[in-house]
Write a protein that binds this ligand. Structure first.
Ligand code: ZN
Length: 322
């Protein structure tokens, strides 16, 4: 882990903003001091910081294997307690969605093998969005499996800056909104749902189980991380409009089985506990998808409103841009 570190002059505030933008599973430095606005939806109440924390979990949850399990049909969970990784199994090899942190790749491999599959059968690696807690392990997965790595065009610049241990980020196919990824009779569709990152990708697929077909939606992320500027964002001036477009897409997707890049987005732990009780498949939860979108959209509007208020309520900016 020793590396030459150039001396860079950077303010603590700028560093906090960079961290919040580059890694959604890293505790934002000021998250505890600034809870952000609070929303209540369908009996759930969160501040912005609490919703962020709900998703990322604690440091242990980010790295501890969650029992690998079948979700529906040929779709399986192989991630940690708070960072999702999904496996689509086909007769022509498998598709993995989200490598998570590089350090978690052996955990994912173990989960795949415990389910009775071979990690080396991973033919395609997809991702939810260009944050380290979801796609940092891509180079290692490719190294171990030879999988083709595919990424949304709008996330490619951020991915090219993601270089664990100096390894360059593999990208074998650049995807665009609506592109299909096909393998062994399965078709996955990449939907550009921007805001959280420029190329944040929500994956959909139809999965058959017990003679029925189910619409699966893997939420890329519609969360506004603490520290992210929705107003006067110098890097992404249109970020609020991008989120709005993202929500419009999310609302248009038919969904029987909601999943997400963080399993808390679909209350995996509650549903996994129900699995053991028998009865209907708890992962089939169209209402849960609507509630999660309501939570995310309410928080987006609350954060936007608060930031607009503080901008209009303040005097001329300290550093007016020409
Ligand atoms: Zn993220």
């Amino acid at each position: 882990m020793k590396a030459f570190t150039p001396v860079v002059l950077i303010s603590a505030a700028a560093l906090a903003a960079i961290l919040a933008l580059s890694v959604c599973a890293q505790q934002a430095p000021n998250a505890n001091r600034e809870p952000g606005p609070q929303i209540s939806v369908d009996g759930y109440t969160y501040t912005q910081a609490q919703l962020f924390q709900r998703n990322i979990g604690g440091p242990d949850e980010q790295t501890t294997q969650f029992p690998p399990h079948k979700i529906v049909g040929n779709l399986y969970y192989v991630g940690t307690a708070s960072l999702a990784s999904f496996l689509v199994v086909t007769p022509q090899g498998n598709i993995l969605i989200d490598s998570t942190y590089e350090g978690n790749v052996p955990v994912i491999q173990k989960s795949v093998e415990q389910l009775g599959f071979k990690f080396s059968d991973t033919k395609i690696l997809l991702g939810s969005h260009a944050h380290g807690d979801h796609m940092e392990g891509d180079a290692l997965v490719k190294q171990l499996t030879g999988a083709q790595v595919m990424a949304m065009a709008e996330d490619v610049p951020a991915l090219e800056n993601m270089k664990p241990g100096g390894k360059s980020h593999p990208i074998d196919r650049v995807l665009h909104d609506g592109d299909e990824v096909k393998l062994g009779g399965m078709t996955l569709v990449a939907h550009l749902t921007p805001g959280h990152t420029r190329g944040c990708t929500t994956w959909t697929m139809k999965v058959r189980d017990g003679g029925k077909s189910y619409d699966v939606v893997i939420i890329g992320s519609m969360g506004v991380n603490p520290g992210v500027k929705l107003v006067n964002n110098p890097d992404v001036p249109g970020i609020a409009d991008e989120f709005t477009r993202g929500f419009k897409v999310m609302r248009s997707l038919p969904c029987d089985v909601p999943l997400g890049s963080h399993p808390a987005m679909y209350r995996m732990q509650e549903k996994y506990a129900k699995l053991k009780q028998g009865g209907p498949n708890p992962f089939i939860d169209p209402a849960g998808y609507k509630v999660e979108m309501d939570i995310d959209e309410a928080m987006f509007h609350a954060v936007l409103k608060q930031q607009q208020k503080s901008v209009s309520g303040s005097a001329a900016p300290a550093n007016p841009t020409p």
